[in-house]
Design a protein around this ligand. Structure first.
Ligand SMILES: NC(=O)c1ccc[n+]([C@@H]2O[C@H](COP(=O)([O-])OP(=O)(O)OC[C@H]3O[C@@H](n4cnc5c(N)ncnc54)[C@H](O)[C@@H]3O)[C@@H](O)[C@H]2O)c1
Length: 344
């Protein structure tokens, strides 16, 4: 029998890549999501899709599940500031409830994909023992989730927290509100790279294939080494200062467009700045990030060129959630007998 993994937020940017990888690696997947960003195109074998809200999960969702990877979230700072109450409910409370339900149902492992943004601002290089300094609703919710799930670790329930750097690279559910993805899009399509002021902020990055590889590794790794532990996920080579990152992306993309790419500064100075130390994940898991900035930028350029992805409102987290809320109001007002023009 294949081991079953329950993935929340399975229809999201990371979720889509993770689920594919789990299926390839001989797991069965129970994919839970509201599918705010769209359904899966095709049903695969060993994949069970459950359209449910993470705040409404019940004990039966956890039956026969070996491990939970709890990706669900309102997934960036601006969306979390705008939707503060649901962010705290989903990103913190629902994940704590999910971990509790999982433990009660006899699930063996629980992975919380948290965020390195929890370090907020730090001039030092932060490791897992550095004090968290969450500056936004999003990072505070992640801290609350970590604090709620870690004490559940026991001999029979392995809990691990991943503090992921900002993710980049191709996913079939693309996000262009992530730094490298957005900059790459700007360079390739608009020939203008949008750069958040003042560019001196440091930000660690991790490729989507690397962070999902860590999730797979944690599913089977020696429990004694990872239970109740927090890991920064990324690599020294991917600790960037934003203005230097921008220059490097321009250098990678310019040969594809044979045109000079300009920089367009925007926003108020970003106060979030942190650099991470990755010694713990590298030594404990014997793992090293394999993918480079160049890999990620080139695969996005190629996917744009081949029209496998495009930038629509659906790829911009805050914009999309705002639109859904607006349409909901409009549709509720005009819907009658279960329809708009076609009625039952
Ligand atoms: N992408 C990054 O750079 C990054 C970095 C660090 C941490 N993370 C964390 O990794 C996780 C996944 O991020 P992502 O980039 O895939 O985000 P995403 O927004 O693409 O995916 C989140 C998914 O959760 C679903 N969802 C939201 N609320 C829900 C609810 N109440 N019930 C059920 N489903 C719901 C959405 O439909 C979406 O498919 C998040 O927890 C995020 O905070 C992401």
């Amino acid at each position: 029998m294949k081991k079953k993994i329950l993935v929340t937020g399975a229809g999201g940017y990371i979720g889509r890549v993770l689920v594919e990888k789990l299926l390839k690696n001989n797991y069965a997947v129970r994919a839970v999501d509201r599918f705010f960003f769209g359904e899966y195109d095709a049903i695969a074998q060993n994949l069970e899709l459950i359209q449910e809200d993470s705040r409404k999960l019940e004990p039966e969702h956890f039956q026969n599940v070996y491990a939970v990877i709890d990706l669900v979230a309102i997934s960036n700072d601006p969306a979390s500031e705008y939707f503060e109450k649901p962010t705290l409910e989903i990103n913190a409370n629902s994940r704590i409830a999910t971990a509790n339900l999982a433990k009660e149902a006899g699930v063996q492992r629980y992975i919380l994909p948290s965020s390195a943004s929890i370090y907020g601002f730090s001039e030092e290089i932060s490791d897992e023992n550095s004090k968290a300094n969450p500056l936004t609703v999003y990072s505070k919710a992640n801290e609350l989730a970590e604090q709620g799930v870690l004490p559940l670790a026991s001999d029979n329930f392995v809990v691990t927290v991943m503090r992921q750097a900002t993710v980049y690279g191709y996913s079939p559910r693309m996000r262009f509100d992530l730094a490298i993805n957005g900059m790459t899009y700007g360079c390739y399509i608009d020939k203008v790279l949008p750069l958040m002021r003042d560019g001196k902020q440091h930000r660690p990055m991790v490729h989507i294939q690397d962070t999902t590889n860590v999730m797979l590794k944690l599913l089977e790794f020696d429990a004694a080494k990872i239970n109740g532990e927090i890991f920064n996920v990324g690599s020294e080579a991917n600790n960037f200062r934003i203005d230097e990152l921008a220059e490097r992306i321009i250098t990678i993309v310019e040969p594809f467009v044979s045109e000079k790419i300009k920089i367009d500064w925007y926003g108020d100075p970003d106060h979030r700045s942190y650099q991470l130390n990755f010694n713990k994940i590298e030594s404990t898991l014997n793992w090293k990030a394999k993918y480079s900035l160049e890999d990620g930028v080139k695969e996005i350029v190629e996917a744009l060129r081949d029209k496998r992805i495009e930038k629509t409102d659906n790829t911009l987290t805050l914009k999309w959630y705002k639109e859904l809320v607006e349409w909901h109001k409009i549709i509720k007002n005009v819907e009658k007998y279960g329809g708009i023009l076609d009625i039952e």
